[in-house]
Ligand binder design. Structure first.
Ligand code: ZN
Length: 370
């Protein structure tokens, strides 16, 4: 067990009974030693492989162990609640602030075979091990909390955890891009209600990142992210909040019924590069935006969303800017947008809501919150 004080948090590294790493990030120092994991777990041996789709030039991850993972347990059996009253969860301590641990059912994991033969011996069907890493980030020990309901101090600890994990996972030789994200709501496919997010350290550059890199290359060294931000601020019609260090806006070509982007004003490649004042403002702004999203529809139902924090992949720190893409599949109270023929079949998006209208509604709910 090692204790280090990294910036504004106290970080304690431990191991679970099956060898997976678990790290506590505390708002304040002095939590004391953490109890060991005494569960009789067999060693973690994930089975993950990547198969190459030669026509689309994309890697598809095939995991056969994930179908057995925990599905919507009730609060008493929640694996992300602390271990209390004789019940042992994934977190051995009886309380915590923020905790990060390796996923028991990962989509990528180190320790797989060094190489794999092509599928059926056919050279066209290349296959390789799903090296990389998947981590779970618990935002709070309170099962009923949500990220948007947490105080800025705690959001700050979450930001520090994201920065810490990004720096460490980016340094792994197999990893090409580190993706911090939160799936929120059963409609999105969340299998656990406890407030948590995930971190995927991909062993390849995912398709949407490659699209952006190709656009940046075509732009021949121009700062496209900076130009988009400047154009949005000039237009003003889709700006939701313009802070001192961050700007939140609905993009001009939004593809989802509710979509919100958050850019740092200055070029920053990822969480580790954020300055003190940028982290501080983000810790105030982010939960406020999440609460605004929950108030978007007058239906008293929390908005199902995906919050995708995109950071520069390996080698692209100078051109790819950290930013949030948050989107929801709810298109009206009680109604969902399904990815049907055009979106699923062709990746061509059709949005029935004007982005300017979405921005106006978000500004309205933000104004009511002050
Ligand atoms: Zn829980």
């Amino acid at each position: 067990m090692t204790d280090t004080t990294a910036g504004r948090v106290t970080r304690t590294v431990t191991r679970l009974a099956d060898g997976r790493e678990l790290i506590y990030f505390d708002d304040e120092p002095g939590a004391g030693p953490r109890p060991p994991d005494t569960r009789p777990l067999p060693p973690s041996r994930p089975v993950v492989e990547l198969r190459h789709d030669v026509l689309h030039d994309e890697w598809v991850t095939v995991t056969t162990h994930r179908n057995t993972r925990t599905f919507l347990p009730d609060a008493a059996a929640c694996p992300l609640c602390p271990s209390r009253d004789g019940r042992r969860s994934e977190i051995p301590a009886d309380d915590y602030d923020v905790v990060v641990f390796e996923n028991r059912f990962p989509s990528f994991a180190a320790g797989a075979a060094d190489e794999l033969d092509p599928v059926d011996g056919e050279a066209l069907f290349a296959r390789r091990p799903g090296a990389g890493r998947c981590e779970v980030v618990c935002f709070s020990s309170d099962h009923a909390a949500s990220l948007g309901s947490l105080p800025p101090r705690r959001i700050r600890t979450v930001i520090e955890a994201w920065a810490d994990r990004t720096a460490e996972l980016s340094a792994l030789p197999a990893v090409e891009q580190v993706f911090c994200f939160e799936n929120r709501g059963e409609e999105i496919g969340v299998t656990l209600h406890h407030p948590h997010g995930q971190i995927y350290a991909y062993p390849f550059v995912p398709p949407r990142t490659r699209q952006v890199l190709a656009s940046l290359e075509r732009a021949g060294g121009r700062d496209l992210f900076g130009e988009v931000l400047a154009a949005e601020r000039r237009a003003g019609t889709r700006i939701v909040v313009d802070g001192e260090h961050w700007t939140a806006f609905v993009p001009a070509a939004a593809r989802w019924p509710v979509q919100l982007h958050l850019y740092p004003r200055r070029h920053v490649a990822g969480f580790p590069g954020l300055r003190e004042e940028e982290r501080a403002e983000l810790a105030e702004l982010y939960p406020m935006l999440l609460r605004a999203c929950d108030a978007y529809y007058d239906d008293d139902a929390p908005l199902p969303y995906v919050a995708a924090w995109r950071q520069a992949p390996r080698g692209a720190d100078g051109v790819y800017r950290l930013h949030l893409e948050l989107f929801s599949i709810r298109r009206a109270p009680g109604r969902l947008k399904y990815l049907a023929g055009s979106e699923s079949g062709m990746a061509a998006w059709i949005n029935d809501v004007a982005p300017e209208q979405v921005a106006e509604r978000l500004r309205e709910v933000v104004a009511k919150m002050h």
